[in-house]
Design a protein around this ligand. Sequence first.
Ligand SMILES: C[S@@+](CC[C@H](N)C(=O)[O-])C[C@H]1O[C@@H](n2cnc3c(N)ncnc32)[C@H](O)[C@@H]1O
Length: 407
Amino acid sequence: MDRIELIATAAFGLEAVVSRELAQLGYNEQTVEDGRVAFMGDALAICRTNLWLRSAERILVKVGAFPARDFGELFDNSVALPWDRYLPVDAKFPVSGKSVRSMITAVPSVQGVTKKSIAESLKRTHQRYWFQENGPEFPIEVSLLRDTATMSIDTTGDGLHKRGYREFAGPAPLKETLAAALVQLSYWHPERTLWDPFCGSGTIPIEAALIGRNRAPGIARNFLSETWPWIPREVWKQARDEARDLEKPGLQAQIQATDINGKAITMAKKAARDAGVPGDINFREMDVLELKTSREYGVIICNPPYGERMGDHESAEAIYDDMHDAFEPLKTWSIYVLTSHPGFERCFRRRDDRRRKLYNGRIECTYHQFHGPRPPGGFVFEDDERPIVGQPPAVQCEPDTEPPALS
Ligand SMILES: C[S@@+](CC[C@H](N)C(=O)[O-])C[C@H]1O[C@@H](n2cnc3c(N)ncnc32)[C@H](O)[C@@H]1O
């Protein structure tokens, strides 16, 4: 398979993180847009990005994009796309769609017309009149934005946040993709202590351990495109072998994961076992007020309760007040807090050094960043060049190409 245009989709606010992860994998030819990063790759790139991307939601093959101001234009332009390049004669191809700021608004009709156009295109190339659709699945997405239709095929299946390690979760778990982004947006390095004092089901510590161990987040799961005939098994095997070879045996500094809720700790321990990182995290039932350590230059990354529901506001504020008291002695530590509470800084009694708007599901949050001093002789990074630790070696890397800076 020649080079094809691929798209990594991401939650709003995480595009720059995904872009940097792609660059670390060697995919530098990119276009970053809202909610997606387009990049060039081949069949191996589909396997590698599905296995390795930590903050993306799914990987799509872009079949084409064209103007679609009415259904006639949608049909004619879609028929002309090279569908036979991707869909075998027995392909099952369900179509989903969306329309944003476009003249065509009836999404069910968009889906129906697209389905007919693909069937028509395949009829012409395969000289058939009927397709049983009893083969591998190729979910088609038609996305209309300002009268331009983009046609793509999902390679991932279950979203990339489904790593396969979390059977049960606490009441307000973070998505694994967001947790991985929080770690990657911090100055944490595997040789520094990381502590999540509100770990719940353990998502942040587990994602950090996966990063520190250089373990591909998708190594324990399957992907829809593993059933596709044009991605040979050998190519998947190559990508999985590479991932296994690159995994490191264990972290130098154990990650600390604590929470006041003992049941959450039990769940988190199981998830860490299922994720293959049980020995890298020290789980403990503990109130944040009990947080004491003589370690220096550690990093706290957490999402404490937000107090979103009525009546919870005050209890969240009391926790932020406790966080002030607990974190105050940690003069050399960096602290990262994700919350939607607008009064967080007031209650925490400290102004952040930097902030970033992120979405936890539909909840608009702020990722507050309080930078500690740089570790002596340690990891010195320019402000916009935070490292992505533990990525595999790049392929197709162009010399002298810097990863794009985060905005
Ligand atoms: C938003 S949840 C964190 C979810 C977690 N990031 C996950 O992915 O599952 C907030 C957590 O704070 C814990 N918590 C609330 N008050 C606490 C306190 N005073 N000390 C420590 N943990 C507390 C709750 O038990 C809950 O698990």
